[in-house]
Design a protein around this ligand. Structure first.
Ligand code: GLN
Ligand code: ZN
Length: 788
């Protein structure tokens, strides 16, 4: 194979004039429905309120709608098999017969029932079985089902979904590009029966290759010109061993793919370390992301070049944001890509940066927001239009672009300041100095002061903040939102909830109490509603897992605190008891990570703006007599870059700083807690200790107390509350079991450093299991305390 290279400057003057626009490709489309139709019908089905036929026909209708939208927009490569009733990784597992036998043994009549049992567990007439675990999909807030492969010998193409959906589209007159999770990424995501990663042995690789070859052959029969294999794993970075496996897999696929063209699609970052290997394998198309991985992908492309036979699918429209594309900027990149591909006589197609699964449907539904604001938005449907516009504009000369009304409108949208700048907050961020990030005195000294101050017993017991949100609580909040209740009525209701929850906590003997968070719908939206710079959409839902969707608030302008947010509730709660009531806040990194961030200023800047707002709230709480304040950072780990080399420079350096900013000015007598919803922080344990909180609670209840090792080994100084029971399940753990767990903890960590708490907030639980469980927890703590 000849290698075509371009000169490394990447700039060539003789761009060939082309009259036809660049072709466009979509990696994947959202599937939940613009009005969450899929969620609705599936949840009704789960409740036994509709038949499986209704689910199937709703699903079919959604697929048709989505394909037609893309046809109408003028997209050339339209995906199929991007649809899913729950998750595309689980779909792949089912397709490959890679689902544990125990699910098939439930003997359901409908295949969907088995599928849902894998996804969410099942308890009923057919048996009692837990779901497969769920994990975050790379750096997104989407969660996939982790495939469990009992034996690689079982792998075979037993499913028909991708073929059925290809035929379904074809019958509508639409030739689609089937999309599958690629063999390499699937292998990396799957686990064996012992929950260990799969190995690259001959048997495993052969099993996968055979199946994918078979799938491609079937698509050849059906007349698919292209098949897209998604290999986002490559964005993690790979070593020699990975590269050998990748090579072994794709050499076989290429050799046996027949007339079908294979696109290896990557996203969520650059693939500089695997690009060369990939393009040498004889694949027909490579998808590179020029949004998240822009510079590195450009560099490697320039360095290595691209073979004539390879079509470059360039992801230039983000699948991760809600903002209008900046045409001028994007065309700058596309122009470079055209130079490179034209020199090599290779084809260029422009594409979405990743699947549009991670963005909402359409701005058209957002009628309550000012058009001043929505003109800056582009959701999935609008991004289709952008892609087509970019394809057209790419072929115009610079002068013709200048004359183009679309181009000019886009440029004026992006020129100048999009929003009125809040000079005061900008200056405040500008003027932050080292002292804003350092809390004094040092933690050891603070802890001694706090010990005197609070006089808590050993192994103090507490909870993470929220208590069960009953139907009544949710109803009253909704009524208040619709102005059906007066401020007074609402306040009275919440206060009554607080009274009850405080009295109950006292009764069962918890040491540090909480007010229960009854006023909050969501730990981020609630704060957003009290901050300047935030706007809220009505329908901008994004799938998080299965039928579960989230609607993140939008950071639109500079953020500052409009008014005290939690002070009145916390103060009220504290007035009801002699025990300490913890104030409860969400931290800046979590607020940022669970919002749509701006792209016109850096993430760091936004985190510090939010940090200053929350700092005002912290100081206000302290002023009003709140002596322990918990600042949740549930989502701190979420946006950790895929590549370790970027962890600090791109993220942790400012994320940890933003947290330190929030509590740097509090008195030594005020104790700062934080909370995280996961236990995988062995690899960032030093950074977590560097947040300089006094106490941290985290999830540790599902057996994996490995984090204790890390704490012991890493010279960790924050006091710790490893969750002693799992709140995700309604199960009430017995006193003995809890005591045993606490003993395990204090056998590893000095008891003076240990707190006792559940592993997360209790708002999704019912009161009937919550109170017995907490009672058992307190009893267990008292028991172990006496043994010390
Ligand atoms: N304080 C919050 C609660 O208890 C924390 C929630 C979370 O960590 N996800 O609900
Ligand atoms: Zn949590």
């Amino acid at each position: 194979m000849t290698q075509h290279t371009t000169d490394t400057t990447g700039v060539t003057a003789n761009r060939e004039p082309v009259s036809t626009p660049l072709q466009t490709s979509v990696s994947g489309f959202p599937r939940i429905g613009a009005h969450r139709e899929l969620k609705r019908v599936i949840e009704r089905y789960w409740k036994g309120e509709c038949s499986i036929e209704e689910v199937r026909s709703q699903a079919q209708e959604l697929r048709r709608t989505h394909w037609q939208l893309q046809v109408d927009a003028g997209i050339d490569f339209i995906p199929s098999n991007d649809f899913s009733l729950y998750d595309q990784v689980l779909d792949t597992a089912v397709l490959l017969n890679a689902v544990p036998q125990r699910y098939a043994q439930l003997q359901f009549e409908q295949p969907e029932d088995t599928y849902f049992a894998v996804a969410r567990g099942y308890q009923g007439a057919h048996g009692d079985i837990a779901a497969l675990p769920m994990k975050k999909w790379f750096t997104t807030n989407y969660h996939y089902i982790v495939p469990e492969i009992e034996s690689v010998d079982q792998i075979a193409v037993t499913g028909t979904k991708p073929f059925d959906e290809f035929i379904e589209a074809k019958n509508l007159g639409i030739t689609t590009k089937p999309v599958l999770i690629g063999p390499f990424t699937f292998l990396k995501l799957a686990r064996d029966a012992q929950n260990q990663p799969l190995s690259y042995d001959e048997r495993t690789l052969t099993a996968f290759v055979k199946s994918y070859v078979e799938i491609i052959a079937r698509f050849q029969e059906l007349g698919a010109p292209w098949v897209q294999l998604d290999e986002p794993w490559l964005a993690h970075g790979v070593d020699e061993v990975d590269l050998n496996a990748l090579r072994a897999i794709y050499e076989q696929i290429v050799r046996n793919k027949g007339a079908v063209k294979v696109l290896v699609n990557t996203y969520f970052g650059h693939i500089a370390d695997s690009y060369k290997t990939l393009v040498q394998l004889g694949i027909d198309g490579i998808g590179l992301n020029f949004v998240e991985g822009r510079q590195d992908n450009l560099d490697i492309l320039q360095q290595v070049g691209i073979p004539q036979s390879v079509t470059l699918f360039a992801g230039v429209v983000s699948g991760r944001n809600i903002w209008r594309n900046n045409y001028e900027l994007t065309l700058g990149v596309v122009d470079q890509l055209r130079d490179i591909t034209q020199q090599a006589h290779a084809n260029l197609v422009i594409a979405t940066g990743c699947s549009l699964l991670h963005v909402p449907y359409t701005v058209e539904l957002e009628t309550q927001l000012d058009s001043e604001i929505t003109q800056h938005f582009a959701f999935a449907q609008e991004k289709l239009g952008e892609l087509v516009q970019l394809g057209r504009l790419a072929t115009l000369s610079a002068t013709d672009r200048e004359k183009d009304s679309e181009y000019r409108a886009n440029r004026s949208l992006h020129s100048g300041n999009r929003v009125a700048t809040d000079e005061q907050i900008r200056n405040q961020v500008q003027q932050l100095d080292d002292s804003d990030f350092v809390r004094l005195p040092h933690r050891q000294e603070r802890l001694e002061i706090q010990q005197q101050e609070f006089d808590l017993p050993l192994l103090p017991t507490t909870t993470i903040g929220s208590f069960p949100q009953t139907a009544q609580v949710r109803k009253v909040r909704a009524q208040y939102r619709k102005h059906e209740l007066t401020d007074e009525q609402y306040t009275q209701f919440i206060q009554q909830q607080i009274d009850e929850v405080i009295a109950h906590q006292e009764r069962i003997g918890l040491d540090v109490l909480v007010h229960g968070e009854f006023e909050r719908n969501d730990m981020v939206e609630y704060f957003g509603q009290h901050l300047n710079g935030y706007v809220f959409t009505q329908f901008a839902w994004v799938q998080s897992y299965g039928t579960r969707c989230v609607k993140p608030p939008v950071i639109y302008g500079d953020v500052s605190r409009r008014e005290p947010i939690t002070v009145a509730w916390s103060e009220y709660a504290q007035a009801q008891t002699k025990k300490i009531v913890k104030g409860m806040l969400t931290g800046p990194v979590t607020i940022l990570n669970w919002s749509w961030p701006r792209e016109d200023i850096a993430q760091r800047e936004q985190a510090l703006q939010i940090g200053l707002a929350i700092r005002d709230e912290v100081l206000d709480l302290q002023k009003h007599g709140i002596r322990i304040i918990q600042i949740d950072e549930a989502a701190l780990r979420e946006k950790l870059p895929l590549r370790r080399s970027q962890w600090h420079s791109e993220y942790l350096d400012w994320a940890i700083a933003a947290f330190r900013l929030v509590h740097s000015k509090v008195d030594p007598t005020t104790q700062i807690h934080t909370h995280m919803c996961y236990s995988e922080f062995n690899d960032i344990i030093t950074d977590i200790d560097a947040m300089d909180a006094d106490v941290i609670s985290f999830e540790a209840s599902r057996g994996e107390l490995v984090v204790l090792d890390a704490i012991v080994q890493s010279d960790f100084h924050t006091q710790v509350g490893p969750g002693v029971y799992d709140i995700h399940s309604p199960r009430v753990p017995a006193v003995d079991e809890l005591a045993q767990r606490i003993r395990t903890i204090v056998s590893r960590i000095d008891s003076s450093q240990v707190w006792v708490n559940p592993d997360c907030g209790l708002k999704t639980r019912g009161n009937q299991e919550t109170w017995p469980a907490l009672e058992h927890m307190v009893e267990a703590a008292v028991q172990v305390r006496q043994e010390l």
